[in-house]
Design a protein around this ligand. Structure first.
Ligand SMILES: Cc1cc2nc3c(=O)[nH]c(=O)nc-3n(C[C@H](O)[C@H](O)[C@H](O)COP(=O)(O)OP(=O)(O)OC[C@H]3O[C@@H](n4cnc5c(N)ncnc54)[C@H](O)[C@@H]3O)c2cc1C
Length: 473
């Protein structure tokens, strides 16, 4: 069967389905080709299931600590089956919602593996998609415009390939049948830190190793330092500047032994499981890129700021183009692609305007440059740090670790970066992102009236503190 559409989207993750919805809203006939489940990594193997588990871990940690709040809760226990069922129910609810949104926008979803083909009898241009459906039937979809949104998958370390049981990646960890007693997490980036925080809250003995000299190396150095301090305080063993030695791997009945090279020493670790979380690589193989003139750079599809590839009628968005590999960035890129192909002037974005969130306890949220990056870019910086301990709401919550750090340019007063580590930080970083977008100075954000008592007050105070005008410190 051959079918023509205005827009075909290859990959039904958040980047792809957002592009599809926006294109449909703009009057295009649209189809998505998805080999697995609509919603992709974010909904099924990423943001949503992991945050659901993190919430259960947070509730458990709070209940164990409830005496502090004058609440006696004896015999607090984990029902891991219920934790996993709740996670699946949240995912399923969103999955059905998404299917409804597709129908509402008259977007056809084809289940199958899509592959881009070159100029053919169907079209003089490359970009036709051949779809191998589950029953083996081949469909040919001929679009005016194609959006590639095939996402990414976990990277592996040679010699430490996943077996799904002893050696896991984040996909495996999300479907574990029980909590391990001990775990070695390789990789102290966003995913590794979230799992370390979550599993340690669940009572698992966690060792977290990172090759770089500090955890979350993309974040401000002060934040990394505070995170390491707080994780260690909770009993997580953190080793930075450390490297797993795959050649030492020994698997046995109840776990594995793996040696880690740390500070010129070789440390053998015996753990029940290993989680490898060393980043994600783009899904660009086997999708027919070689049949087009699309350029690949450092393993990612190269695009311009309108999300066009070197073949201007073919767009690419989301994790497959690299950059920050975050769900909200993918969604925004989807909107840019859909609007641009419809002749509109979409709002382009710069990477430093994209907020970054880590859902550890405490949470980390940032937008803009780190202090080191700002200096490297030639800025004379002024900085201020306000600790959550100064905030009424944080003390009321009983959760007052961490701080807000604001970085501004000494001469121009431009806001350069905002870095939060503290309770529910991910919930109010958008205010700092808005400030960046509107080019607001710290003083202007400080003039915004923040309701009291709220955790968002930390932003107002930290912005004023840059000019020495904070009230509470
Ligand atoms: C554990 C974890 C936690 C995360 N937490 C967060 C978070 O809290 N916040 C955040 O912003 N980001 C988070 N992320 C990152 C986020 O999930 C990704 O950035 C986002 O899902 C990228 O969306 P995408 O549409 O580019 O790709 P994906 O969501 O990966 O979707 C790509 C889709 O394309 C399909 N596909 C691939 N090839 C083909 C083909 N040939 N034919 C048909 N279909 C194909 C795949 O099956 C998939 O469904 C997390 C990731 C992980 C792994």
């Amino acid at each position: 069967m051959t079918q023509a559409y205005d827009v075909i989207v290859l990959g039904g993750g958040i980047g792809g389905y957002t592009a599809a919805i926006r294109a449909a809203q703009l009057g295009k006939s649209v189809a998505i080709v998805e080999q697995d489940k609509l919603g992709g990594t974010c909904l099924h193997k990423g943001c949503i299931p992991s945050k659901s588990l993190l919430r259960s871990a947070e509730v458990y940690a709070l209940m164990k600590d409830s005496r502090r709040f004058g609440v006696e809760a004896d015999q607090v226990r984990i029902d891991f089956g219920q934790i996993m069922s709740r996670k699946s129910a949240v995912v399923e609810q969103l999955h059905s919602g998404l299917q409804y949104v597709m129908k509402k926008n008259k977007i056809t979803v084809y289940r199958g593996i899509g592959r881009v083909i070159g100029p053919s009898i169907f079209s003089p241009r490359s970009g036709t998609v051949s779809v191998e459906q589950e029953d083996g039937e081949i469909l040919t979809l001929v679009p005016e415009r194609l959006v590639i949104a095939t996402g990414s998958r976990p990277r592996t370390i040679p010699g430490l390939e996943r077996d799904g049981e002893r050696i896991m990646n984040s996909d495996d960890a999300l479907v574990m049948d029980r909590l391990p007693q001990s775990i070695l997490i390789i990789g102290g980036g966003v995913i590794g830190v979230e799992w370390a925080s979550m599993l340690s809250d669940f009572g698992t003995e966690v060792t977290l190793i990172e090759y770089a000299p500090r955890l979350v190396p993309g974040e401000d150095e002060d934040v990394s330092r505070e995170l390491e301090r707080l994780l260690k305080k909770r009993g997580v063993k953190v080793m930075t500047g450390a490297k797993a030695m795959p050649e030492t791997l020994e698997k046995h009945e109840s776990g594995v032994i793996l040696t880690v090279e740390h500070k010129d020493r070789q440390v053998p670790l015996t753990v029940e499981r290993v989680l490898v979380s060393v980043g994600r690589q783009a899904n660009i193989e086997g999708i027919g890129i070689e049949n087009t003139d699309i350029k690949i750079e450092n393993g990612y599809i190269r695009v311009n700021d309108a999300m066009q590839t070197a073949e201007l009628h073919i767009y690419a968005v989301g994790d497959c183009i690299g950059g920050l590999q975050l769900a909200h960035a993918a969604a925004h890129e989807g909107i840019i692609a859909a609007e641009h192909m419809s002749g509109l002037e979409p709002h382009r974005y710069a990477q430093h305007q994209v907020p970054r969130c880590i859902y550890s306890r405490p949470e980390i949220a940032s937008v803009g440059w780190t202090e080191a990056q700002a200096k490297e870019r030639g800025h004379q910086v002024k900085t201020a740090k306000v600790h959550f301990k100064a905030l009424g709401k944080a003390l009321v919550y009983g959760d007052s670790d961490g701080f807000a750090k604001v970085i501004a340019d000494k001469e121009t007063n431009d806001l350069l970066g905002v870095h939060l580590i503290g309770p529910h930080a991910t919930d109010y970083i958008a205010e700092a992102a808005l400030a960046q977008l509107l080019n607001a100075t710290p003083w202007e954000v400080g003039q915004t009236i923040h309701p009291h008592p709220t955790l968002s007050e930390i932003l107002g105070e930290a912005m004023l503190a840059v000019d020495g005008k904070a009230i509470s410190i």
